[in-house]
Design a binder for this molecule. Structure first.
Ligand SMILES: NC(=O)c1ccc[n+]([C@@H]2O[C@H](COP(=O)([O-])OP(=O)(O)OC[C@H]3O[C@@H](n4cnc5c(N)ncnc54)[C@H](OP(=O)(O)O)[C@@H]3O)[C@@H](O)[C@H]2O)c1
Length: 493
């Protein structure tokens, strides 16, 4: 069966070879809410369900039929017809508890592969708590499952480590049993169409790329804002915090795509080389370049919500940040002196992922003078979600007597032109099945990101307080050093 997604040319169809997907964490939230619906929709659309088998693995003691019911419920919740879901489950899905050991798992895999006539191509998808990554990887290798007659790939969900040391150790463990080209570290942001489009926007449109440097750009701002609080993830989040949970991965991925040099080719090695070079150009953060915040009680989406300390599952006095703003300097030829302002927060006024590129003002303020004739900086807003699109702000003369300027926008919205955008997990699944690593994080990339953030993660100081439903602590405003510059919370500011 052929397909094409990601950054491959549309005409370059790829084979999805017959394979077994071994899904560790098969009963978990991610599997039920994202992976299984994406897999189903993909298989139906691309018609490879007769050459694919899925073996769910978790700790629960379930029979094949029990687990098929779990999968069926997840599919029905995602809008799939009940009979179709049942038929698909009977055809494709099996289950094995890991409590029976890896030897039993090996036997089960052999049985499914020979029963379905599969050639031994295997994906081990680790959608499991990070605390059991090591045992699972060792377990797979202990019975030789990492070697087969076909290809073997391992997919690792985020978070990839909790700091530089743990990420290096995890890389070391993976590399003991798998080559780097078999390892797919997930950051689902990379599979968002709007994030991939940063490369197209920059490198297919010389009008922008020629301005993409310290001569023309004043600052770059990246915001990842959520309205959500903890949503039942208190115990995980309280040990993690916003810098680990969102900045190290999603925000840094967007930053590297915005800042990288043109790759020599459109392949995963060349693209990832350039992203790593950006990270290598950044010195480790210092405390004065970071503002950490934690939300107090306030409102969210019209509801009164508790402060972080009073959330279910938060015990004692927590110093975990639910907001982080950082000023990052990329010390290379292109970007020296251009601050990258990064922020990520929970309980913000709106859900928004946006890049704001603020261009330099004209060298001579011809139109500034006495009166109301203010020249505004050109600003490019790249909205990655929701209401995906671009807005380029520039000044125009207000018609009439006298000279007065007003900023207006050239705008493009994905929804107006393309309708609904594809699901990121579908893109990732096709890519790891096709063996395309472009949209996955390379081992050195993950380590470099941790190296930069190491001095500012897990700090013992009290974060600044901000009201739920606000744009974060006031102290974040002081991070912005440019004259007249400020955070851009929304389009009309
Ligand atoms: N949920 C999300 O939206 C999301 C987003 C991004 C990344 N992630 C990452 O994805 C992973 C899973 O997250 P989740 O939210 O799905 O967690 P979850 O709801 O807590 O589910 C964990 C799953 O792992 C299984 N499990 C636990 N220990 C296992 C072992 N030794 N071997 C095999 N399976 C085992 C559990 O099985 P039993 O239930 O049978 O015990 C359960 O199926 C985590 O690393 C998380 O950080 C999740």
């Amino acid at each position: 069966m052929t397909s094409s997604t990601g950054l491959r040319p549309a005409a370059a169809t790829v084979d999805i070879e017959a394979h077994l997907l071994v899904l560790f964490g098969a009963t978990g939230d991610l599997a039920k809410r994202k992976l299984i619906p994406a897999l189903y929709s993909l298989m139906k659309r691309r018609n490879f369900d007769d050459t694919t088998r899925v073996l769910g693995v978790a700790t629960s003691d379930l029979s094949d039929d029990d687990y098929r019911e779990v999968v069926r419920d997840a599919l029905i919740k995602s809008g799939v017809d009940e009979d179709e879901a049942r038929e698909w489950c009977a055809e494709v899905i099996s289950y094995q508890t890991i409590k029976a050991g890896f030897g039993t798992l090996q036997g089960r895999i052999d049985e499914i592969e020979s029963g379905a006539g599969l050639p031994g191509n295997r994906v081990f998808y680790l959608a499991i708590p990070p605390g059991v990554f090591d045992d699972t990887i060792e377990g797979i290798a202990s019975v030789g499952l990492h070697e087969s007659e076909g290809w073997t790939r391992v997919v690792v969900e985020k978070p990839f480590g909790v700091d530089f040391e743990s990420a290096s150790e995890l890389n070391g463990l993976l590399h003991r049993w798998f080559h780097e080209d078999q390892i797919y570290r997930i950051d689902h942001y990379l599979a968002k169409e709007t994030v991939q489009n940063i490369l197209v926007f920059r490198f297919a449109n010389p009008i922008f790329e020629s301005s993409w440097n310290r001569d023309r750009i004043d600052s770059v701002e990246i915001t990842v804002a959520e309205t959500l609080g903890l949503e039942g993830r208190a115990s995980y989040f309280d040990r993690s915090g916003m810098i680990r949970d969102v900045v190290q991965n999603h925000v840094f991925q967007v930053m590297t795509l915005m800042a990288m040099e043109p790759p020599v080719r459109l392949d995963s090695g060349a693209i990832r080389d350039e992203k790593v070079k950006v990270l290598r150009s950044i010195y480790p953060m210092t405390i004065d370049g970071v503002v950490r915040g934690q939300y107090s009680a306030g409102t969210s989406d019209g509801d009164i919500v508790p402060g972080y300390q009073d959330e279910n599952g938060i015990e004692g006095e927590s110093k975990t940040e639910t907001y982080a703003a950082l000023r990052v300097c990329i010390d290379n030829w292109r970007w020296r002196g251009v601050p990258f302002y990064l922020r990520a927060g929970k309980r913000m006024p709106e859900r928004l992922t946006q890049v704001v590129v603020r261009f330099k003002r004209p060298p001579v303020y011809l139109f500034d003078g006495e009166g109301a004739c203010r020249v505004h900086a050109n600003v490019m807003y790249i909205t990655l979600q929701p209401d995906e699109g671009f807005d380029l702000r520039f000044d125009v003369k207000i018609p009439g007597e006298g000279l007065e300027l007003t900023p207006q926008s050239l705008s493009f919205r994905y929804g107006d032109v393309f309708g609904e955008l594809p699901d990121a997990y579908e893109t990732l699944i096709v890519d790891f099945l096709a063996g395309d690593q472009t949209l996955f994080v390379r081992g050195d990339e993950a380590e470099e990101a941790w190296r930069i953030l190491e001095p500012v993660i897990g700090l013992d100081s009290n974060p600044e307080s901000y009201e739920a439903g606000s744009w974060g602590p006031r102290a974040a405003a002081d991070l912005i050093t440019g004259e007249g510059d400020h955070w851009h919370p929304q389009h009309e500011d």
